[in-house]
Design a protein around this ligand. Sequence first.
Ligand SMILES: C[S@@+](CC[C@H](N)C(=O)[O-])C[C@H]1O[C@@H](n2cnc3c(N)ncnc32)[C@H](O)[C@@H]1O
Length: 272
Amino acid sequence: MTKPEAAAKAGRESPEASVRPGAELRRRYTTADLGVFTRDEAIRFVPRGDGDPQDDMVLAWELLYRLEPELYDRLARAERLHPRVVGWLPCGVNRIAEVGAGTGRLTMELIERGQHIVAVEPALPLRRILRRKLAAAEDGDRVRVVSGFFDQLPLTDGSADLVVACSAFTPAPEHGGEAGLAEMERVCRPGGCVAIIWPNHLDWLAERGYRYVSFPGSMSIEFDSYHEAVELVEIFYPQAADEVRRRGRRAVPFELLRINPPRDVAFKVLSA
Ligand SMILES: C[S@@+](CC[C@H](N)C(=O)[O-])C[C@H]1O[C@@H](n2cnc3c(N)ncnc32)[C@H](O)[C@@H]1O
């Protein structure tokens, strides 16, 4: 989606999309579920303590990660990145830091590109899934999975050649914001690269010196089966469910969902 997270996900919706997007997802959770957040998570995601996921899609996504992480992982596995996005990232570097790693859509690709990778992810259930995948992967032990947030990265100054976030960073403070971008740049060494994959809010990033690259070609969400396509589209993209049923296919073109595909990167090479 023109990425994660609720705000990001909301940003991916076209103007024609429903006025209150994400109704199906929001319906899954209630205020009673907010107790799942740790103290540090609550400070960021319900700072006034009075959020309602039925009204707030960003909050509903955060609850999804914690209450139904396998459901989220099924969606992320189907929403594959454009292969040229991964190919564009620096290769053969020593140290990579990824923030908001989730269940590893990008992390698993980074194993081939760096010697030492740190995957920062705040949601414990997602970290568990990521660790499970890494344990089964060749060279998965190159990746260290740690808890942390954009605005307070548990990493030292200049400790990475590449600092990257995929479908996770937005200008909203709870998903990065000014403090989060400053933290990513702090952790990146001089001459290194900070990359935001599947960015939202390109103008906001451009104002902060980020350039942009996008790769062409049609892209689809590749569900495992037609039945999975219907099940997940009904939850995450209900506006397209009738059309997905009519087509009867497991692959769902991004155009049909009216969101931009994961084909682009905003990046900054820090001065040496
Ligand atoms: C849509 S998921 C993307 C996960 C993964 N990067 C991918 O592409 O599949 C957004 C991720 O950002 C993480 N996230 C949300 N707020 C965050 C924050 N303040 N700091 C770091 N990560 C955050 C979420 O826990 C979630 O894993």
